[in-house]
Design a protein around this ligand. Structure first.
Ligand SMILES: [Zn+2]
Length: 409
């Protein structure tokens, strides 16, 4: 028995502790970058959910690390080969977060032709910062495809960068803070990359707000996001061609001079106090991404009532989370309850859809139609009912009914 981890987001690896507790002794296969990120993700989840006892955390990590088997990209690896049959897997870049993979799995029973099943994991959008776009597979018999954004299309890269810039420039004018609730892995590093690019462009071709941009501090107020940003920097050889070119040109996409990481809790509290009163413009990136806990809560409690500040959502806000309430009621001057405190929202509230890290409807359809040989069957997973239904209809139309699409209905 073996486990294949497509990428290290917690909704894909969060149950590994239970698997180990149940006696799983097999290998955990993943890409080389994922092998570096996974222990940090699992240690954090362990500390949050089970225990902060250093000894227990260390022991658990040893157990995990002993199981991890990093695999190079695009290379077949035999999982088992017995008299009854054989199973080989191959990882391909999925472009979703660093190290994310889709998995080609080839199953051979003696005397039968091999069956190739592709598991998409989460697929990224093309033009995601730092990551090469996922390339469709050559062939597969069955594709198990995610459908998170199966009913939506994203803004283009240029549009979303302009909108990001516009939201920040509004704040530059009124001396407020732009609070960006963000997830620690993936989204945070994409945003830093985009901010570095805006700063770079402002220096090359100064706009109206160039002077303000030059002084603007960008706070990364999340120790975990800071650790992942550090790991992303170490994993530079896995960045895409654009990011490599920027490095060669002397740029530092994830460690530019205006980026200030805040680690200590005291420093965090002091930053909240200072920014809520000072009138100096600033950007703060803090977790959690859906405002359900984490340091972003202190910023929101101190700033949501004040129209000088802005909240910028760059990721999906699940129903029932404070993030979703702020996103829905904020623009109408409504309120939100945070830790039992009712706060009227006077800060500006904005949403950018382009930074989703997930392929949109067009990308998902192309992932199938651009395969050299169409699969006989596509099974849709990882999306709500509407997304799956809409994507199924698009896929059937795009392949003239030649592909059997199962959407779980
Ligand atoms: Zn994911």
């Amino acid at each position: 028995m073996a486990l294949v981890a497509t990428h290290v987001h917690i909704d894909h690896v969060g149950r590994i502790p239970w698997l180990l507790a149940a006696g799983f002794k097999g290998p955990i296969y993943c890409s080389e970058p994922s092998a570096r990120l996974l222990p940090v993700v699992l240690a954090d989840a362990f500390e949050l959910g089970i225990s902060r006892d250093r000894r227990l955390v260390e022991r658990y990590l040893k157990m995990v690390e002993a199981r991890i088997r990093p695999l190079p990209w695009r290379t077949w690896h035999t999982v088992f080969d017995t008299a009854e049959g054989r199973c080989r897997i191959r990882l391909q870049r999925a472009g979703h977060i660093l190290g994310s993979a889709y998995v080609e799995c080839e199953l051979t029973r003696s005397g039968e032709p091999p069956l190739r099943v592709l598991f998409s994991g989460d697929l990224g959008a093309p033009y995601a910062p730092l990551l090469p776009a996922p390339k469709p597979a050559y062939r597969a018999d069955v594709v198990v495809l995610e459908s998170t954004y199966g009913d939506r299309t994203h803004e283009s890269r240029a549009t979303r960068r302009q909108r990001l810039q516009a939201v920040v420039e509004k704040a530059l004018g009124n001396g407020g803070t732009v609070i960006v609730p963000a997830f620690s892995i993936g989204r945070t590093q994409e945003l830093l990359y985009e901010f570095e690019d805006i700063l770079h462009r402002q220096r090359l071709k100064p706009g109206r707000h160039a002077a303000a941009w030059e002084k603007l501090p960008i706070f990364l107020d999340s120790p975990l996001a800071g650790r992942f940003t550090g790991l992303y920097r170490e994993l530079q050889p896995f960045w895409d061609a654009e990011a490599q070119a920027w490095l060669r040109a002397g740029r530092k996409p994830l460690s530019f001079s205006q980026l200030i990481s805040i680690d200590e809790h005291e420093a965090h509290l002091a930053n909240v106090r200072r920014l809520s009163r000072s009138g100096e413009p600033a950007i703060v990136i803090a977790a959690s991404g859906m405002c359900a806990g984490g340091r972003v809560m202190n910023y929101l409690k101190a700033m949501l009532h004040d129209p000088r500040h802005d909240v910028l959502f760059v990721g999906y806000q699940a129903q029932g989370t404070p993030g979703s309430a702020i996103q829905t009621f904020g623009p109408r001057g409504g309120y939100v309850d945070l830790d039992g405190e009712r706060i009227t929202i006077r800060a500006g509230v904005h949403t950018l859809s382009g930074y989703s890290a997930h392929a949109d409807q067009n990308d998902l359809v192309r992932f199938i139609t651009r395969m050299r040989h169409l699969p006989a069957e596509v099974r849709l997973i990882h999306g709500d009912d509407e997304a799956r239904r809409a994507l199924a209809a698009m896929l059937r139309a795009a392949t003239d009914g030649r592909v059997k699409v199962m959407n779980g209905d």
